[in-house]
Ligand binder design. Structure first.
Ligand SMILES: [Cu+2]
Length: 200
């Protein structure tokens, strides 16, 4: 009798785990996903993904356990500013293991589902082009916040250091913004890493 209830409990725990992982880690399957905002995604090696017209470029380097944006906010490599309503081309690289660059719905964390993203695979340049169109309600002050989280388990060493804490922030400002925050974006003396050729 006792054996039976232990077995039952473990079965329930397993089922719940599978369910939770499915909900958290499956992109694009929740109600808030806006397909029209996704302009393109894929893997490119040394060639720029086909995109016409004006756009912004943000380089993203993933490493255990941090995202680094180029350009980024002054003194804050995990924070970047982009304009609304102008496509952003994210060029995503990993310098060590496979990571996931996933951006959540405006103002939300992963509990509400991922909005878009790509894998960061060592040796490849993965890209995603996104047109941020925050709702008016998303602007809490001059900008709307989008939380980035790693969606591919990439290891841990200690509490506070590792995959669960690998996150970053994208601030979206109005297209006509000449705000200080946007202007203070800096490369901090760095140039983005180049893999398999030249990217400018
Ligand atoms: Cu990671």
């Amino acid at each position: 009798m006792r054996k039976r209830s232990v077995l039952l409990i473990w079965t329930l725990v397993l089922l719940l785990t599978v369910l939770v992982l499915e909900v958290v880690y499956t992109p694009y399957d929740y109600a808030g996903y806006i397909k029209a905002n996704n302009i393109g995604e894929g893997v490119a090696q040394a060639t720029r993904p086909p995109i016409e017209g004006q756009y912004q470029v943000i380089y993203v380097t993933c490493e255990q356990w941090q995202f680094t944006f180029y350009p980024h906010a002054a003194g804050a490599p995990t924070v970047t500013y982009v304009l609304a309503n102008l496509p952003v081309l994210f060029e995503v690289r990993s310098s060590d293991v496979t990571h996931g660059f996933y951006v959540n719905t405006e103002g939300q964390f992963a509990s509400k589902g991922f909005q878009f993203g790509v894998m960061a695979v060592p040796g490849y340049i993965d890209y995603v082009v996104w047109n941020f169109q925050p709702t008016a309600a998303a602007y809490t002050g001059p900008e709307a916040i989008y939380n980035v989280q790693c969606s591919e388990y990439c290891g841990v060493t200690a509490h506070g250091l590792g995959h669960p804490w690998m996150d970053a922030i994208i601030f979206v400002v109005p297209n006509n913004s000449t705000g200080k925050a946007l202007m203070s974006q800096s490369m901090d003396g760095n140039t983005p890493p180049v893999l398999n050729g030249t990217l400018t």
